[in-house]
Write a protein that binds this ligand. Structure first.
Ligand SMILES: Nc1ncnc2c1ncn2[C@@H]1O[C@H](COP(=O)(O)OP(=O)(O)OP(=O)(O)O)[C@@H](O)[C@H]1O
Ligand SMILES: [Mg+2]
Length: 296
């Protein structure tokens, strides 16, 4: 039995693996405008294999938009995305489908189907993209659920499990087909600090033990410093910073400093408007509390 399973497993593998020796992802002159707002303005970068990249930046700066372009879920106005050396923006359906097999995605909501058990959710992409035997799929699903520490919850329905468990189940589904790249859109949003640590460790382990390239959108500063090999910060449609967590910590760029310190004042002006509104409504935070008591 183990023998036949091994043959099937090797058929399931391979297709999701990388072929080129070059960058895993190359984004070239990517531009996207919604209505008259330029969200991505001629962005270019390359990501190497087996590393954790964090994409950071203030709310609305275009992180999720960039992710949607990288996974081919939305077309850019101009520019190119190369996955494993293949220009997915120009590719035909078959080439796009091949490229699709190379990555998994963990969306912010985890996006599990409520009518299916955790195990059935994880099995879904394998059933959709392969013709493997049920016994093989069951084995692959069990492996993936064990990897994310969800072996005991296989038969539970999504509404029976916590937010952190949903994230882990979503992660098991994202890696179901052994992808070379995993994209995460805010994997830690809404989780307690311990669960954030659990997800961070999983991302690190998947990257180091399975050689996966991880692209993680996150606002969590502790996570960025824990998991990133490199951080890329977006602002005003541009990449304004790229570097190691150490370089991020030492950066003198006002935008970076404001972001990592969470200052309401600074070049990132959406929070500033909120700060001004707050000041108008509640008085200046700089005044002693006794002076701030009155209105006007
Ligand atoms: N389909 C769309 N149609 C119109 N505008 C859009 C669309 N998608 C995104 N936008 C706009 O593009 C900008 C970037 O949005 P995006 O969701 O990429 O930001 P983000 O950096 O992921 O923000 P957050 O941290 O809040 O998730 C925002 O101003 C948003 O309103
Ligand atoms: Mg987003």
């Amino acid at each position: 039995m183990a023998g036949s399973t091994n043959i099937d497993m090797s058929r399931a593998r391979g297709e999701g693996q990388l072929r080129s020796q070059g960058p895993v992802i190359k984004v070239e002159h990517l531009t996207k405008t919604y209505d008259d707002k330029v969200v991505l303005d001629d962005i270019s970068f390359e990501l190497a294999r087996g590393r954790v990249y964090v994409i950071m930046g203030p709310s609305g700066c275009g992180k999720s938009t960039l992710l949607r372009m990288m996974i081919g879920a939305e077309a850019a106005d101009a520019g190119h995305v190369y996955l494993d050396g293949v220009d997915t923006t120009l590719a035909d359906k078959k080439t796009q489908e091949e490229a699709r097999r190379k990555f998994g995605v963990l969306f912010q909501s985890a996006a599990l189907l409520n009518g299916l058990t955790v195990a059935e959710n994880v099995a879904l992409p394998i059933r959709q993209h392969t013709d493997l035997l049920k016994s093989t799929i069951d084995l692959m699903v069990r492996l993936k659920l064990e990897l994310v520490g969800m072996g005991d919850a296989a038969e539970k329905f999504p509404y029976e499990i916590s937010g952190g468990m949903k994230k882990r189940a979503g992660l098991a589904r994202a890696i179901a087909l052994d992808p070379a790249i995993v994209f995460y859109d805010e994997p830690s949003a809404g989780l307690d600090p311990v669960m954030v640590g659990v997800i961070d460790k999983l991302i690190k382990d998947l990257t180091s033990k399975l050689g996966i390239t991880s692209v993680v959108i996150t606002h969590e500063m502790p996570s960025i410093f824990r998991i990133a090999d490199e951080a890329i910060m977006l602002f005003g449609g541009k990449v304004v910073f790229r570097g190691s967590p150490q370089e991020l910590r030492q950066s003198r760029l006002p935008i970076v400093r404001q972001f990592i310190n969470g200052d309401p004042e600074g070049p990132i002006n959406a929070p500033r408007q909120l700060a001004e509104l707050s000041e108008r409504l509640f008085g200046s935070a700089k005044k002693p509390a006794i002076d701030g008591g009155g209105t006007g």
